[in-house]
Design a protein around this ligand. Structure first.
Ligand code: MN3
Length: 212
């Protein structure tokens, strides 16, 4: 007998919708979290049950047809959950770079020269994503290297075997209400509210370094 399906639920933000102003206005954050993120979760919950049902019915073709939609909505949930964790109000750690002794800082300097250069390259590459997608700082557990990655739609760097450390949503719904078509302006401002502690924690966890 099948177990009862336990739906995925929307993770709460660790800050209020207005807490990232003036970088991101409250309207953007509220709609983005309550509507967009919630919608990926709702779709995922329906599709996850459908695909399990098809699998139980040995409807392989039905499973195959749903798989892409499941991946899209699962990706939408996973990426947004990362994104919210990557953000923090400017008066509560947002934008504060890790200190120079940190393992993450050493790796960023080794791979990009400095945080300033990393941010410049990240913004160039992420601005250039055509249509909707995400920019990432990712760790490769095989080469131990860091890289900037771009993915389309709700695609995840984990499917490339990489560990996501930082992600920025560049779907228009992430900035349009405030920045209109100016994705580069959104990307310039977003670093003021990036929660580097979470990036550092993920790096330390991925590399098994102890937090300094
Ligand atoms: Mn989004």
């Amino acid at each position: 007998m099948q177990q009862e399906y336990a739906p995925v639920t929307l993770p709460e933000l660790k800050f209020g919708y207005n807490a990232l102003e003036p970088v991101l206005i409250g309207d953007i954050l509220e709609v983005h979290h309550k509507k967009h993120h919630q919608n990926y979760i709702n779709q995922y919950n329906v599709l996850a049950q459908d695909i399990v049902k098809k699998a139980y019915e040995r409807d392989v073709s039905g499973v195959q047809k749903l798989a892409g939609k499941v991946a899209f909505n699962a990706g939408g949930h996973i990426a947004h959950a990362w994104y919210w964790e990557n953000l923090a109000p400017a008066d509560n750690g947002g934008g504060v770079l890790p200190d120079e002794k940190s393992h993450l800082t050493q790796a960023v300097v080794q791979h990009f020269g400095s945080y300033e250069n990393f941010i410049k390259k990240f913004n160039e590459k992420t601005t250039a994503i055509q249509g909707s997608g995400w920019g990432w700082l990712a760790y490769d557990p095989v080469s131990h290297g860091l890289s900037i990655q771009e993915t389309a739609n709700q695609d995840q760097v984990e499917t490339k075997g990489l560990v996501p450390l930082l992600t920025v949503d560049v779907w228009e719904h992430a900035y349009y209400l405030q920045y209109k078509n100016l994705r580069p302006d959104y990307l310039t401002q977003i670093w003021k509210v990036i929660n580097w502690r979470t990036v550092e924690d993920r790096y330390n966890s991925a590399t098994n370094y102890q937090k300094l």
